[in-house]
Design a binder for this molecule. Structure first.
Ligand code: SAM
Ligand code: SF4
Length: 469
């Protein structure tokens, strides 16, 4: 296994600067807060000093402004759309010892399991048959899960056709790779490659990652730079909230974003912000040292939305239904649905799956339930994968992701993919709710030409055509 040894040279995470900015921004003036929110509403990314000001808003009136700003921005850029995906856990063998994770090597109580390609096919078939089009494949870190294995599992997922469906985008959450290995994985046509830094605070990082390749802060911090070098221009960053001060981690996520913009001309495609969930036989997960309460979590998501207007924000089923419903208004753009994080649990309907799981899920509804509840509340669930398949990724995505793009491309594609779901997979009740939202979204399209094109696509879907974008 090849990885960088940590040394004392500086990284783009400037701890002293972050701490100074947070200190200086205490007790912010109302006018300054409004000015910053307005900058964001004009769809500009905030800088570190500006984020520090928002992070220091404690007064109810100011926090309310942040919530309202995030809601407005989310509507402006993303409309009612929510992208849906499912996680597929490929294997939970792991040579690291992350103190918060049930898969860590020293956890002897967990049941270890890795899917064979045959099992990957079965799991994928189950997911396709429930209506999914987008997956994220998740792997522990183990020599068994090398780049060739990851590439083979991705190819297997793409090869599955079942009924009228197939998986159209595979994202990856796996260990950091070398440039050569990232290239192998890119070559099989992945979407986003995610690596979460967990904590940007070096000392805490060292403490919670005592051994294994993940104990190198730098190897992980620069992993997605290597992905860019290998040609993967859709990358996902994240922090695991609960390990260290949430304000510091937010500044870390923004520093990472700015680093990519400066170096590669484009920010990360997505940001994830999991909170530590209870994991089997993993004491630190029961009592995280910097627990983020629900109110703070809401604030955190709203500030992130304002800070990086064009970056996708992912909220997973680690969180409860109530929290997910609330946070969608503040700018979350992707959620998983119908998730089961037990290795091999989709196709076997394994009730004991939690014994093979990394942690316990907060939202365990089926995909059909999630879609019905979303459409009942006028959200537009989307399985669209158009951009990535038309080469609108990385820097090219940013060219498009500017004014009007969502209305021109994302909304019609979301409507088409929701129609496919309604026709092929939905229960009667969910279908009725989907059709109502589809009708409403079509009615709201102002451009008559676009409206007619979408209506024509909907008719083609009714007569059996699929994958129109
Ligand atoms: N093994 C790879 C790694 O660590 O990067 C990828 C898969 S790991 C299972 C995916 C993510 O799960 C980690 O980056 C971490 O943020 C998150 N995670 C681990 N334990 C968790 C817990 N108890 N609650 C919530 N998220 C957790
Ligand atoms: Fe292994 Fe990833 Fe869990 Fe750490 S977070 S123990 S690397 S699976």
């Amino acid at each position: 296994m090849f990885y960088l040894k940590d040394n004392n040279t500086k990284t783009f995470i400037d701890e002293e600067k972050i701490k100074n900015l947070l200190e200086k921004a205490k007790n912010p003036e109302k006018e300054r807060v409004e000015e910053i929110i307005n900058k964001s509403l004009n769809k500009n990314r905030l800088d570190l000093e500006e984020m520090a000001v928002l992070l220091n808003c404690e007064e109810e009136e100011l926090v309310k402004k942040i919530f309202e700003g995030a809601k407005t921005l989310k509507q402006k850029i993303y409309g009612n759309r929510i992208v849906l995906f499912a996680p597929l856990y490929i294997g939970n063998e792991c040579i690291n010892n992350c103190e918060y994770c049930g898969f860590r090597i020293s956890n002897k109580e967990i049941f270890r399991n890795s899917l064979s390609l045959e099992q990957v096919k079965n799991e994928t078939t189950s997911l396709v048959n429930s209506g999914h089009k987008r997956l994220i494949l998740v792997y522990g870190e183990h020599p068994q899960y090398d780049a060739d294995f990851i590439a083979d599992t991705v190819k297997e997922v793409y090869s599955v056709k079942s009924g009228k469906g197939n998986i159209r985008r595979v994202n990856i959450n796996a260990a950091p790779q070398t440039v050569e290995d990232f290239k192998k994985i890119k070559d099989v046509g992945i979407g986003t490659y995610q690596v979460f830094q967990e904590t940007y605070h070096q000392e805490t990082y060292k403490k919670v990652h005592p051994s294994g390749p993940k104990s190198s802060y730098r190897w992980r911090l620069y992993s997605l730079d290597r992905a860019f070098k290998a040609g993967i221009d859709d990358v996902g960053i994240g922090a695991l909230f609960g390990l260290y001060d949430w304000k510091f981690e937010m500044m870390g996520l923004l520093s990472h974003t700015i680093h990519f913009e400066e170096r590669f001309n484009v920010g990360p495609h997505t940001i994830s912000f999991p909170r530590i969930e209870p994991a089997l036989n993993t004491p630190i997960s029961e009592q995280p040292p910097h627990l983020v309460d629900d109110y703070t979590f809401k604030k955190l998501v709203a500030i992130l939305r304002l800070a990086v207007p064009y970056t996708g924000l992912i909220l997973t089923a680690r969180e409860s239904l109530e929290i997910r419903n609330e946070l969608m208004q503040f700018g979350v753009s992707q959620i998983d649905a119908g998730s089961n994080i037990g290795v091999g649990a989709y196709s076997t309907n394994d009730k004991e799956a939690y014994k093979k799981s990394q942690f316990v899920l907060g939202d365990q509804r089926t995909l059909d339930d999630v879609i019905r509840q979303l459409t009942d509340e006028d959200y537009l669930p989307s399985f669209c994968t158009g951009c990535y398949r038309l080469g609108r990724t990385g820097e090219h995505f940013m060219e498009f992701a500017i004014p009007g793009f969502v209305k021109r491309f994302c909304t019609p594609n979301a409507v088409s993919t929701l129609m496919e779901y309604a026709v092929d997979y939905a229960s009667e009740e969910t279908k009725a709710s989907c059709l109502r939202v589809i009708g409403k979204e079509i009615k709201n399209i102002k451009d008559e030409k676009m409206k007619d094109a979408l209506k024509a696509n909907i008719d083609r879907i009714k007569t059996g055509e699929r994958d129109l974008y």
